[in-house]
Write a protein that binds this ligand. Structure first.
Ligand SMILES: [Fe+2]
Length: 280
């Protein structure tokens, strides 16, 4: 190897590394697009959960690497729910039988199976997705592990998932307030949830940041509108779900990204417009 090659090597390594990072980010974004395309409701849910989870991760002072793990586990925690074996059960409006409910509890394993090819590169992602329904007291599923044996990212996502589950209307439950979700976390402190994380979420600045994020999504869903308006708002829910800032490009609002892909540059938000929307 000549001197020129030796001198050029560090630059090439850095370029290769950047390219590999961009490829990985593009792959994750594609996977998220596939979730949106299959099930927009789940796509919106996982984005809201990721937003809450990142607020908790920041409050816990996690490193940038751990923060990425939390974000990925949040974004893909329910990927097992879009499995064809469960999709109809999840979207069917009829009340679920005990057997059907049991079938839905297979979604963490199904999700981990979908993500298996990535396990060599992102082992924490698969473990986190597999563990997001475990409980601190060991009475969760699928492995019934408890306490610190549950990966930290999964413990954080469980809390973020609970905030979203309580504050968003489901088939058999109406949306409750953000304070109700904080109370539920307190009630499950040390049984369902990691007690230290519950205490962290209860700190006024952390609760305030989560409340702001919740208010954004509530406004987006038109909670206080009349039923017809609310239905309309539900249809456009994806427009107002937080986007993910993939490292190689600035964050854009999810629906705008979709519109841009479908209709070209016309739908590209101006910087002013984007700033206004982010403040909501
Ligand atoms: Fe789940």
């Amino acid at each position: 190897m000549g001197l020129a090659d030796e001198a050029g090597q560090p630059g090439r390594d850095a370029r290769d590394r950047r390219r590999a990072e961009r490829l990985a980010a593009a792959m994750f974004e594609t996977l998220l697009n596939a979730i949106d395309a299959t099930d927009a409701q789940t796509g919106a849910h996982v984005r809201r959960v990721a937003r809450y989870a990142l607020i908790i991760a920041d409050a816990a002072d996690l490193s940038p690497r751990e923060r990425h793990v939390v974000e990925r586990v949040a974004l893909f925690h329910d990927i097992g729910k879009i499995h064809e074996a469960l999709f109809d059960l999840i979207h069917d409006r009829a009340r679920l039988t005990p057997t059907e409910r049991k079938a839905i509890t297979t979604h963490p394993r199904r999700g981990a199976a979908v993500l298996a090819p990535l396990a060599a590169f992102y082992p924490e992602l698969q473990r986190g997705v597999l563990s997001h329904h475990e409980r601190w007291d060991g009475r969760g599923y699928p492995r019934r592990i408890g306490g610190p044996s549950i990966p930290l990212a999964a413990r954080i996502v469980t809390i973020a998932d609970t905030i979203d589950a309580i504050t968003v209307a489901r088939r058999y439950s109406t949306a409750r307030s953000f304070d109700a979700s904080l109370r539920a976390l307190q009630e499950g402190r040390g049984t369902q949830f990691d007690p230290e994380l519950v205490d962290l979420v209860g700190l006024p600045p952390v609760a305030a940041a989560l409340r702001l994020a919740w208010r954004d999504s509530t406004r987006a869903r038109g909670r206080h509108q009349r039923p017809a308006e609310r239905r309309n708002a539900e249809r456009t829910v994806a427009r107002w779900t937080p986007d993910v800032t993939f490292r190689w490009r600035p964050g854009v609002w999810h629906q705008e990204a979709v519109e841009r892909a479908l209709h070209g540059a016309r739908a590209h938000p101006t910087p002013g417009r984007r700033r206004r929307r982010r403040r909501r």
